[in-house]
Write a protein that binds this ligand. Structure first.
Ligand SMILES: [Zn+2]
Length: 440
């Protein structure tokens, strides 16, 4: 518009100039070699003005054609974008419906129309995976992983998912570590990297991936299990003790942590500190493992002396497991009355499993040795023992497997710090890698 106004003003000026020149008799001569053209000045000015007008017209026409072409291009691009978005929605819907082939078709169309954007690549990757085109899915996820920032993390996530499905945990862990560079708090990536560190027995790396834990929480028990594993491989005894003490403080209900501290202190010759740690452990985690440690006295201890020491400890800390230990120590010291008293205290404290009946049978066999009464009473207790429930055991919260002894990692499923004493399997299964979107 501004340009048109400028042309009009210019034409007006030229016309005024032409009229002004026409009013004066003058001529213009142009000589080119032998050719001489002579024209009145007004005619030359008019020709010049017409030329200017023509040039203006051509410029205007050119601008109009260019603008028309640009509009058409924009329209076409908008149409492509709309069609591309429509194809993306169809691909997502097909994925959610579990129709891999349709997802693949729409995903490829979206990619063709919109180009290789993080979203189209992610969609095409998951669509290829859903359609069973594993190689194509991996290629697409690798393209996505070459992008920057969050898009790269999404690509690594796809690579990790495919690797897990093919049982290649090392590749999944590498992808997880690469994703953590862009998304340091990505839970799935931390989970994969953690599991890989546990598998490689790199306890420090695994510990570094765990969030800070409140004492006594599940996370704290997991951390404590890893600290105990690290302590077992630590060659410097004081450093190992520190790790074990950290584990006991983090997970006060975890008997193996207290047991490790007691054993370590005893091995280092700190007898009193070991007994204090044992007493503290028994108060916080009354477990057969610690009761067994209470039964292990000094090498020169008499049986009667041991029975007395264990009974004092049992009276101090209370609990069913120590009552059983005191009964056992009294039995070995052949103090039958004391053994019976402690066995009954164990029963009153809730021990109903076969250990109690076996103990009562042994007391009867010892007390009435060789008599008819010994035979009859012991037989009745052995019968009870056979039908009594099994003692509690370590059970993996993750997979439900039972274990005779505690260990840092479940030998059945590989979960770290998942063993609980006498607990049933957790009802909520753990999701290894939740879908970023429904259907993926
Ligand atoms: Zn398990």
């Amino acid at each position: 518009m501004r340009r048109a106004l400028f042309i009009l003003i210019a034409l007006g000026l030229v016309a005024a100039g032409t009229l002004w020149v026409a009013a004066r008799p003058a001529s213009l001569t142009v000589a080119a070699g032998d050719l001489v053209i002579e024209s009145p000045l007004w005619l030359a000015a008019l020709a010049f003005a017409v030329s200017l007008f023509m040039v203006g017209l051509i410029v205007r026409l050119y601008a109009e054609i260019r603008s028309q072409l640009a509009r058409r291009r924009l329209k076409r691009a908008l149409r492509r974008r709309d069609e591309g978005e429509e194809a993306m929605v169809s691909a997502f819907a097909a994925l959610a419906a579990g129709d891999g082939m349709a997802a693949l078709k729409h995903g490829e169309k979206a990619r063709r129309l919109l180009g290789d954007t993080p979203l189209t690549l992610m969609l095409a990757g998951y669509a290829a995976r859903a359609a069973g085109r594993v190689q194509a899915a991996e290629t697409t996820f690798r393209l996505l992983a070459e992008q920057k920032g969050a898009a790269a993390a999404l690509g690594q996530r796809g690579i990790a998912q495919l690797a897990v499905e093919r049982g290649n945990h090392a590749v999944a862990a590498d992808a997880a570590r690469a994703a953590l560079v862009y998304q340091p708090n990505a839970a799935w990536a931390k989970s994969f990297a953690f599991e890989d560190s546990v598998r490689r027995r790199d306890w420090q790396a695994a510990l570094a991936l765990l969030p800070p834990a409140e004492s006594g929480s599940d996370e704290a028990i997991r951390r404590a299990a890893l600290l105990l594993a690290a302590a077992k491989e630590e060659t410097e005894p004081r450093a190992a003790l520190r790790l074990e003490q950290q584990a006991a403080a983090l997970a006060p209900a975890l008997a193996p942590a207290h047991a490790a501290v007691v054993r370590r202190l005893r091995a280092q010759g700190h007898v009193r500190a070991a007994e204090r740690a044992l007493k503290e452990g028994l108060a916080k985690a009354p477990h057969p493992m610690l009761a067994a440690l209470a039964l292990e006295g000094p090498a020169n201890e008499s049986k009667a002396g041991r029975a007395k020491r264990v009974a004092t400890l049992a009276s101090d800390v209370g609990g069913a497991e120590m009552a059983l230990a005191a009964a056992q120590a009294a039995l070995e010291a052949e103090d039958w009355a004391e053994a019976r008293r402690w066995a009954e205290r164990a029963r009153a404290a809730g021990v109903m499993d076969r250990r109690l009946h076996a103990l009562l049978a042994k007391i009867a066999e010892g007390e009435f040795a060789g008599s008819e009464r010994a035979h009859a009473e012991a037989e009745a207790h052995w019968r009870d023992a056979a039908s009594a429930p099994e003692p509690p055991e370590w059970t993996c919260r993750n997979c439900g497997a039972s274990h005779g002894e505690w260990s840092h990692v479940c030998s059945s499923c590989g979960a770290a710090g998942s063993l609980r004493w006498g607990e049933a399997r957790a009802t909520a299964p753990q999701l290894l890698l939740p879908a970023p979107l429904p259907g993926l």
